[in-house]
Ligand binder design. Structure first.
Ligand SMILES: [Zn+2]
Length: 202
């Protein structure tokens, strides 16, 4: 298990232009307009700015990172990002491995005046539910689909030239080619693909 101190050293920090605290890059919102200019704001400063502009009373909660086990007992460390998006409040859990964002991501939405702790309760329920299930197994020929259902998240590798999807299944990145090879075990079978909003339960 990675030491918290090691992670702190490795995690690249970006300075907030308002409060000057260093936060992980996924906490930063590039906020502003062409006329007024843009600033990099941490979640707290961003939420306070949105609340002020929307005339809302809002108290930011900085949830501490948390480690949750998956079905195999392996720990996954999550950072939480609370964001006020005008008419709605969003809470995301972002898995961090080593120095950056990698693995599982979850999010729930509520009304702008939703209680952040209620969102956290819903989010944790979703996370525990999803982490308890795995869809891949290490087989003789490498990673394989263990049953006939796969759930995960569509992401991309911004550094790849062809911009092909990268799937996150069981919190691990699976390339499009790798997933294609896994599917060939089922050649001739029928397939059903359903794409859902990140905040929906899958
Ligand atoms: Zn700030």
């Amino acid at each position: 298990m990675r030491q918290a101190g090691v992670e702190r050293r490795m995690m690249p920090r970006v300075s907030c232009d308002e409060c000057h605290s260093g936060v992980p890059d996924f906490e930063i919102t590039h906020f502003g307009s062409i006329e007024a200019g843009y600033r990099n704001l941490c979640s707290r400063c961003y939420n306070e700015e949105v609340a002020r502009r929307s005339g809302l009373t809002f108290t930011h909660i900085a949830f501490l990172p948390m480690e949750l086990p998956d079905a195999n007992g392996a720990g996954h460390r999550f950072h939480f990002v609370l964001r006020l998006l005008g008419t709605m409040l969003s809470l995301a859990a972002i898995e961090v491995k080593g120095g950056g964002r990698e693995g599982y991501e979850f999010q729930v939405h509520g009304a702008a005046d939703a209680d952040p702790f209620d969102l956290m309760t819903r989010l944790l329920e979703r996370m525990r539910h999803d982490l308890a299930k795995t869809y891949l197994v290490e087989g003789d020929l490498g990673l394989a689909i263990s049953g006939t259902t796969v759930r995960g998240q569509l992401t991309c590798d911004p550094e790849s030239a062809d911009y092909m999807p990268v799937l996150v299944i069981d919190g691990r990145e699976v390339s499009w080619e790798q997933f294609g090879r896994m599917l060939m075990t089922f050649e001739g079978w029928r397939i059903h693909l359903e794409i859902q909003d990140p905040s929906e339960e899958v």
